[in-house]
Ligand binder design. Structure first.
Ligand SMILES: Cc1cc2nc3c(=O)[nH]c(=O)nc-3n(C[C@H](O)[C@H](O)[C@H](O)COP(=O)(O)OP(=O)(O)OC[C@H]3O[C@@H](n4cnc5c(N)ncnc54)[C@H](O)[C@@H]3O)c2cc1C
Length: 284
């Protein structure tokens, strides 16, 4: 289908983008890589009056290290995240999960910030952001603010951003010495969306698990932190992983659809959590 008519604004800077968003409010939509937005426009599920293209805002792309965090520009493409040396060295969980996103064509256009701002519960990267306690840096009319990932994803395709705000960059704490990680994704066919996914990072110390971070993809309208699993693993031996993973579906509200009913997804969450945590802990 052909999208409804809209005006097009190409922003040259964050300030230009924010002022266009402020001017048009609810009638404007940001376009990053366009991989999710353009299909929505074509299906007329979205019909903004103005599209604000941030594709050429140089300050929103690139990756740098700042202390114990990586700062990833919202416009950094999935391809660039996967192949970035800093990400591979300090945040391998993000590289591993991003490699499972879609196909090479989508990964060359789609962006890290776009995937987070889109807030699709089946998207792979929101769960990684939640597991790693990432922080979103958002620009608006009154300046910039930082939103923790745990508060950023509000509901299905909804974030804590206001219509006149722009996601500029994401601060992702690095995984230092002793951390292992794994993203487990269960999907129907290669290169498709997750039916369920699990992002796990585990820090081992003296043969036991000192700390574990686990977050689930597509087990509710937002990514879900598997807190009970994390609590059960803290200070435990690796022989506790199976019992801890049994708590994975606790507090989730998994959808029931053509790809799987709720109880099937709950089963997958338990199985994938066990696999992800075992791999992250270097067991088996
Ligand atoms: C065929 C196909 C398969 C896919 N498979 C997967 C998959 O397996 N896993 C997965 O995780 N994703 C998948 N995706 C989605 C992909 O990751 C997209 O790249 C991503 O969802 C959107 O990124 P984008 O840069 O293209 O954003 P856009 O499509 O440009 O924007 C998406 C939404 O986010 C908003 N937005 C974008 N950037 C910003 C910003 N900086 N500030 C504020 N709002 C912003 C837009 O207004 C829009 O509402 C798939 C997409 C396609 C087309």
């Amino acid at each position: 289908m052909i999208p409804a008519e809209f005006d097009y604004v190409r922003a040259g800077s964050v300030d230009e983008a924010v002022s266009a968003l402020r001017e048009h409010g609810d009638d404007a939509k940001v376009m990053a890589g366009g991989q999710s937005l353009i299909p929505l426009l074509r299906l007329r599920l979205a019909y903004p009056e103005v599209v604000v293209d941030v594709g050429r805002v140089a300050e929103m792309a690139g990756i740098r290290k700042d202390g114990d965090s990586l700062v990833i520009g919202a416009m950094t493409t999935h391809h660039d995240v996967i192949h970035n040396e800093l990400v591979r060295a300090h945040c391998g969980l993000l590289a591993e999960a991003t490699e499972t996103v879609a196909d090479p064509a989508v990964r060359h256009r789609g962006t890290f910030g776009g995937a987070l701002a889109h807030a699709d519960p089946a998207g792979d990267l929101p769960a990684v952001a939640v597991a790693l306690d990432a922080e979103m840096v958002v620009a608006g009319g009154t300046g910039r603010r930082t939103v923790p990932a745990s508060e950023f994803f509000v509901d299905y395709l909804q974030t804590a951003m206001e219509p006149d705000e722009l996601l500029v960059e994401v601060r992702v704490p690095t995984l230092g010495e002793g951390w292992g990680f794994r993203y487990e994704k269960f999907h129907r066919v290669a290169q498709s969306w997750a039916i369920v996914g699990v992002a796990a990072a585990v820090r081992r110390s003296n043969g036991s698990i000192a700390e574990a971070r686990v977050a689930l993809t597509n087990m509710g309208s937002t990514p879900v932190r598997a807190s009970r699993v994390e609590q059960s693993l803290a200070g435990a031996g690796t022989d506790a992983i199976g019992a801890a993973a049994d708590f994975a579906a606790e507090g989730t509200h998994a959808p029931s659809d053509l790809n799987g009913k709720t109880d099937y997804r709950e089963h997958l969450a338990r199985v994938l959590t066990r696999r992800a945590v075992m791999a992250a802990a270097g067991v088996g």
